[in-house]
Design a binder for this molecule. Structure first.
Ligand code: KMT
Ligand code: NI
Length: 179
């Protein structure tokens, strides 16, 4: 099963709802690839010993990893963090996340500024390219556990939109032009 993604409606309703258009306008993995978003499906039940995950980490140079559980009873400063995650932002490095349990949404902007909602489920590993505008939210189940991967020492700093004049944004926008 590939990743499930769709263009979002623009209603101000609860961010945890799916926000699908009617009729539904799905987004394919190929369209995501053109935005620089890549996906693997893995067996999250064996993440501690999974040779497939090991291979990806080795091939991609994902030397760093930690695990974050996002639930109101577990995560310190839960409300504040969730609010921050849902602000449109970019990073200077790729954002690499592997859902070990539960589920959540990553939203990314396409070339035409439309929001694409990516439904991440257990076993989905995704990479968002440096410079892409994105945001994160739990869905109505209100829980996920995710592995955060990074090339080298992690840098979590987020640049909220607008960050259009930053070098990384310009580089990302340029990278889209061949598509
Ligand atoms: C980010 O920068 O968007 C995040 O770290 C999202 C939460 S990690 C599951
Ligand atoms: Ni981010």
């Amino acid at each position: 099963m590939g990743l499930v993604a769709w263009f979002m409606d623009s209603s101000e309703e609860d961010q945890r709802k799916p926000h699908k258009l009617t009729p539904d306008q799905p987004v394919s993995l190929e369209e995501l690839r053109q935005l620089g978003v890549f996906h693997w499906k893995l067996n999250a039940d064996i993440y501690e010993t999974d040779p497939e995950l090991e291979k990806i980490r080795k091939d991609q140079g994902y030397s760093y990893m930690d695990i974050i559980s996002i639930h109101k009873d577990i995560l310190p400063n839960y409300e504040e963090k969730l609010k921050r995650f849902f602000e449109e932002h970019l990073h200077l490095d790729d954002e690499i996340r592997y859902i070990l349990d539960g589920q959540a949404y990553f939203d990314v902007r396409d070339q035409e500024e439309r929001w694409i909602r990516i439904a991440m489920r257990k076993g989905d590993l995704i990479t968002l390219p440096a410079g892409i505008y994105h945001r994160f939210t739990l869905d109505e189940t209100n829980y996920t556990k995710a592995m955060r991967l990074f090339v080298g020492e992690p840098v979590w700093k987020a640049y909220n939109r607008p960050a259009d004049d930053s070098d990384i944004r310009k580089k990302y926008v340029t990278s889209l032009q061949g598509c």
